[in-house]
Design a protein around this ligand. Sequence first.
Ligand code: F6P
Length: 387
Amino acid sequence: MAEGTLTGTDKKPRRIGITTGGGDCPGLNAVIRAVVLRASLEGIEVVGIEDGFGGLMSGTDSGVRTLTPREVLPLLDRGGTILGTTNRGDPFSYPGPGGARVDRSAEVVARARELGLDLVITVGGDGTQRIAFDFDALGLPVIGVPKTIDNDLAATVETFGFGTAVQVVVDALDRLRTTAESHDRIMLLEVMGRDAGWIALHSGIAGGADVVLLPELPYSAESVAAALRERIRRGHHFSLIVVAEGASAIGEEVATKAAAGTLGGRQAPLLGGAGHRAASQIAALLPDLEYRVTVLGHIQRGGTPTAYDRLLASRLGVAAVEAALRGEHGVLVASFPPDIRTVPLADAVNRVRCVDPEGQLVAHARGLGIEFGDRPPGVSGGPPPEG
Ligand code: F6P
């Protein structure tokens, strides 16, 4: 690869980098594909940077490679990312010897200059976009593409990967229902989403859950138990409960499996255990029922993206290159259906978008008789489910 000079975006880029950071999600490869296809129409070379910014740092196993249309064409339906990714490789706070954190950002900028990258497209969630924002401020032009199954990025209405994750959860609920019904059991399904309940709420509605426990609506086990009792009184001897991993009872902390800094330097605590915890709390009040807990985990992040996620990812990839051609940087390409627009990267960092407890989505769920366990027993926001 020839050496070049970082030109900024004052002229048409000749060579751009692309990297995927944070947790993977279905649709990342579709973005990479779209960026390469759109860029190739302009004669722009695309350089894939492996493992977040690891490919621009010495002493890592990661590197860079030119991506060709021929290589990316078959990627539309492939889950994961061919570039690899990491959520513990922040160059501004990189794991160093003895647990120390080292700022290696200057090295990344120098390597990008050496490679002649005019701009880097960063595909990632809030953590990755914060890093991108800092690099842009440092003089390495960046355009962000939002991704996360959690759907919690503040600066965009939707993220690809989310719809696929919801579909996985709905499929699981469909399967859990038949076994729950056969055994008269209470089935709890713990789903991802971190501090936001989007996956739990969308899949709870689409999958016909009876109870949904959200981070945004702390629950009381008494209210959930009362709802289950009422279902039994009406002849429904089984129930499906979707538990967001960030859900907790009123006054309780979020359930975590591992603290920040553990598990090889992961920078945020790993959530987990909310499903089993809720099962114990409810079982203490209704000991005669049978409970089973399923934790879907990373199954929600793997596999083929849905048609809509492929569409959204492809459009964002094209829009990122077109923003670069217009000379933009320090921006995020964001979805405001039916349009894709650019917004300042600053809008995307350090802010998550959570479910509005007073919003229409929650109200519609209550209207279906879905119980959130947030109100005293007997108080419902919607019409009582008959039958
Ligand atoms: O942010 C995406 C996400 O899948 C969250 O829903 C989940 O809490 C977390 O990542 C899991 O992270 P890891 O891949 O490090 O286990």
